[in-house]
Design a protein around this ligand. Structure first.
Ligand SMILES: [Zn+2]
Length: 434
């Protein structure tokens, strides 16, 4: 791998600066697409247009539900995938010889919550000062804009890559990971993968495995005057959740066995994200269900964790003095069932990213790494593809919360880093060399 000449680096960095206002405008239009789960059509059409204008070979890659359960990268699906698809843009080099790269970003976003509590419209894509606000601004449409504009800067610097490059604009990251799983299954792989999730300009050294569940408890409905003969499904659910806090504590206690994880406050992070139950204020509820996620460690078999979770729920219900009067709780798997991964230090991909990171900062600062106690699509490539997968992106605040926003100075630095990294990793030649 040839290092970049100083004048080549300088010229790429200057081109990122020149196009940055256009990049921010593009990011704003991405945030303006309300790409909640299953509603990604608009944003994917926008990305397709952007890629086509830039000369990519653009393809739509759907998700085949029949693969769930047949290929280990796929997680249980709770929707059909007729209206949702990935977009992949490919550029093959005119003169080959370099390494390939897959640049991956997800376009699906989580709900904004109560829009009235936001300072600005969550789907307005509004910039104020150094920040751009909106659901998905940080997680992770800013990163997606960085991928596209990093490649623009390389071309604007009159360089052409000597390795194949793919931009993968994927769906389903926030729920199942099945968007990226479909790409792996269809052979959209490369010598390395880069995913610019919001990481505060750090490299992800490891992430958690995650499983997502829904549990339904059935109670015994009754009139308030005969409350003694009934069992409230809502009360029973609260008891079950408090038992699950014990499972979370138990899984957190295992963190000492996993490098880097002792510093993570809550690697298991049991989240109860939704709850719904009951039928009438003056009736004991007959049914209540809740959904959430819990994490574990790289190297753990996610299906073994599923079985451990199911056993725990069954035993807790049998031993609890309220729950044992109800039918056994129903546990369903409604999202990702995926292992975590650890990025072993010492890959050439990491070394190249570290050089790019330093070169993109005038003060010079080494690339730091961090552990992310959450699901990342990089796990698909790392665990099921054995591909070095780098997750590295801009600083963002309040992701999945109120007033999500991304730092634009950070996005600029990250775009520069990605441009330098891709140029070095894939190799370049001057267009005038033709
Ligand atoms: Zn994300």
């Amino acid at each position: 791998m040839n290092r970049l000449e100083p004048h080549v680096r300088a010229s790429i960095l200057a081109e990122v600066d020149k196009a940055f206002d256009r990049q921010v405008a593009f990011l704003s239009s991405l945030v303006g697409c309300k790409s909640l789960r299953g509603l990604e059509r608009g944003v994917q059409e926008l990305v397709e247009t952007a890629l086509r204008e830039r000369g990519f070979d653009v393809r739509r890659i759907g998700i085949d539900r029949a693969l769930v359960g047949k290929h280990p990268a796929f997680s249980p699906a709770t929707i059909d995938y007729d209206e949702t698809w990935n977009v992949v843009g490919i550029k093959e080099p005119e003169v080959a010889g370099g390494r390939s790269i897959a640049l991956n970003g997800h376009v699906d976003v989580v709900p904004a919550g109560d829009a009235k509590r936001w300072s600005l419209d969550p789907f307005g894509g509004v910039r104020t000062g150094d920040w751009l606000y909106g659901r998905g601004a940080g997680d992770m449409k800013a990163g997606l804009s960085a991928l596209i504009f990093a490649l623009d800067a390389i071309e604007a610097a009159k360089l052409s890559l000597t390795g194949p490059v793919q931009i993968q604009s994927v769906v389903e990251e926030e729920v199942t990971g099945n968007g990226t799983a479909a790409l792996l299954h269809a052979g959209y792989v490369a010598d390395a993968v880069l995913i610019p999730e919001p990481t505060d300009e750090m490299l992800v050294r490891a992430n958690s495995g995650v499983i997502k569940f829904r549990i339904t408890v059935t109670g015994v409905p009754a009139h308030p005057r005969e409350i003694g003969v009934g069992v409230s499904a809502v009360d029973a659910v609260f008891r079950l959740i408090s038992h699950l806090r014990g499972l979370e504590a138990r899984w957190n206690e295992e963190k000492g066995d996993h490098p880097g994880f002792p510093e993570v406050a809550n690697p298991a992070a049991l989240t109860i994200g939704t709850i719904a139950g009951g039928e009438w204020p003056a009736s004991l509820p007959s049914s209540c269900s809740f959904a959430g996620r819990i994490g574990f460690y790289p190297g753990d078999d996610p299906h073994e964790r599923v079985r451990e979770f199911e056993r725990f729920v069954a035993e807790a219900a049998e031993q609890d003095e309220v729950l044992r009067n109800c039918p056994a709780p129903l546990v369903e798997w409604v999202g990702v069932i995926q292992a975590g991964y650890a990025l072993e230090p010492g890959t050439e991909a990491e070394a190249s990213l570290a050089r790019a990171h330093e070169a993109a900062r005038s003060a010079g600062s080494p690339l730091e790494s961090a552990i992310m106690a959450c699901y990342l699509d990089s796990a698909i490539f790392a665990v099921h593809g054995g591909i070095p997968s780098l997750v590295y992106g801009p600083a963002a605040e309040n992701i999945h919360a109120i007033d999500e926003r991304v730092s634009l100075p950070s996005l600029l630095r990250v775009t520069k880093t990605i441009a330098l990294f891709v140029a070095e990793w894939c190799g370049t030649r001057s267009v005038s060399d033709k």
